[in-house]
Ligand binder design. Structure first.
Ligand code: ZN
Length: 435
């Protein structure tokens, strides 16, 4: 400390020789300064003490939504950084009221202490008006969006198991055993398998979505023997076909722009091509497609009007497949047995619809033509068993010439694509991109 510090220790005049003499007036002035400073300090401390006693910092409102139970937990807490005693006193004198906005009838009151759980409807946005009464009143509006609980889209029996397709991806929940012995397992993100017993039974199937949203869905699990008889037929989708004999499969989609060059190539050499035709497009050039069939071409079903079948109901998807199949058969004398979903978009419903419309299988693809370049699913050269997709567009003749040169160079053999081509091949599970 500075030995000359004059505020804390007033010095007597002449106490330290060698320093200038302090006059009586200066001494009185310094004493006054010290007294004022001390008085200010006392006032400041007193002010702080009185404020912490009667006016604590404001309470805080916190809330959290639980998708598993569809409840909002609302809690009032004392502010951070205090010892909490005063805050707890205020809390003890406070109550929490929650009502749905615009609906005073559902008002709920908490016990003193400020914590409550409020259920909210699933699949909805709910506005909650939160009011705190007591020494520190407070009003807030919370908006909560509760996700829709998972639902069952469809179910089918398959080789001793009952398969359930769900609206949302699930996560493995706690182990479930239905009807005493039927084990439940998650076999795909949106697919559960239930092992079947000899007798049919009713149970509650617990679904747990990946976000934690839960649903208990009443189900009737068919008996093993009856389930086999009631199995839903499917026209499954395949992206690869039988590779025997270094087979390769050429498919051309849509049909808006027929190509005489393709017909010429087919006349020069037997070239098994499957045209997946949109019925609306085929109708515009019926004589061309009759020539195509006469040249050995195969006709596949590419729907009436090329919609995303995954966005349609089962009934509408069935009409898209079925009407195109019937019309193409009537116009061209060859009724399609295979279909290709527009954009490669398919799911279980699309496969059921195709079967109901009379189709046996759906064809995807594993290789496309991008301009004059062949792009395979794995970036490697074309391999036996691959299905190549092209489109009836201007320039198709040249694309097909480039493709046939590559096929020859790789010693591959174009073969007709039929449902038998898929024997022993695993069906595709995930949707494709393209058209
Ligand atoms: Zn298409």
């Amino acid at each position: 400390m500075d030995p000359r510090g004059s505020l804390s220790v007033p010095r007597r005049a002449g106490a330290y020789p060698g320093y200038p003499q302090t006059s009586a007036r200066q001494y009185r002035f310094r004493r006054a300064v010290v007294l004022v400073a001390a008085a200010s300090l006392v006032a400041l401390i007193a002010g702080c003490l009185s404020r912490s006693g009667s006016a604590p910092a404001p309470l805080r409102l916190a809330w959290v939504f639980s998708p598993a139970s569809n409840t909002v937990t609302i809690q009032v807490t004392p502010p951070d950084g205090t010892d909490g005693t005063a805050g707890r006193q205020v809390l003890a004198q406070s109550r929490l009221a929650v009502s749905e906005h615009g609906n005073g009838h559902t008002e709920r009151w908490s016990a003193a202490g400020g914590m409550m759980q409020v259920p909210v409807p699933a699949g909805d946005r709910t506005s909650l008006l939160v009011q705190l009464t007591g020494p520190q009143p407070l009003t807030r509006t919370l908006t909560v969006s509760a996700p829709r609980p998972p639902r069952i889209l469809t179910s089918a029996a398959s080789s001793g198991r009952w398969l359930v397709w769900t609206s949302d991806p699930l996560r493995a929940g706690p182990p479930q055993t239905l009807c005493g012995t039927d084990q439940v397992s998650l076999v795909a993100p949106q697919q559960l398998a239930v092992s079947e017993s000899a007798a049919a039974c009713q149970a509650q199937l617990q679904l747990t979505a990946q976000d934690g949203e839960q649903a208990a869905v009443p189900v009737t699990i068919p008996a093993l023997s009856k389930a086999k008889a009631r199995a839903v037929p499917l026209a499954q989708l395949y992206c690869f076909a039988n590779p025997a004999g270094r087979a390769i499969y050429i498919t051309i989609d849509d049909g808006w722009t027929p190509s005489t060059e393709v017909l010429d190539l087919m006349h020069q050499t037997y070239l098994p091509i499957t045209a997946f035709l949109i019925a609306d497009a085929a109708e515009e050039h019926l004589s061309y497609w009759k020539d195509f069939v006469a040249a050995g071409g195969l006709i596949g079903d590419h729907t009436v009007s090329h919609p995303y079948l995954t966005k349609l109901t089962l009934a509408k998807a069935t009409t898209q497949w079925g009407q195109a199949r019937t019309q193409l058969g009537r116009w061209l004398g060859q009724t399609p047995v295979m279909g290709r979903p527009p954009y490669g978009a398919f799911n279980h419903t699309v496969e059921v619809a195709a079967a109901r419309a009379g189709l046996t299988a759906l064809a995807g693809w594993s290789a496309t033509m991008s301009g004059n370049r062949i792009q395979t699913w794995n970036g490697k050269p074309l391999a036996p068993g691959e299905i190549v997709i092209l489109h009836w567009v201007p320039g198709l003749g040249h694309q097909l010439t480039v493709l046939l040169a590559a096929i020859r160079a790789l010693h591959l053999n174009p073969k007709p694509l039929t449902p038998a081509s898929f024997a022993g091949i695993a069906p595709q599970r995930h949707s494709l991109s393209g058209d």
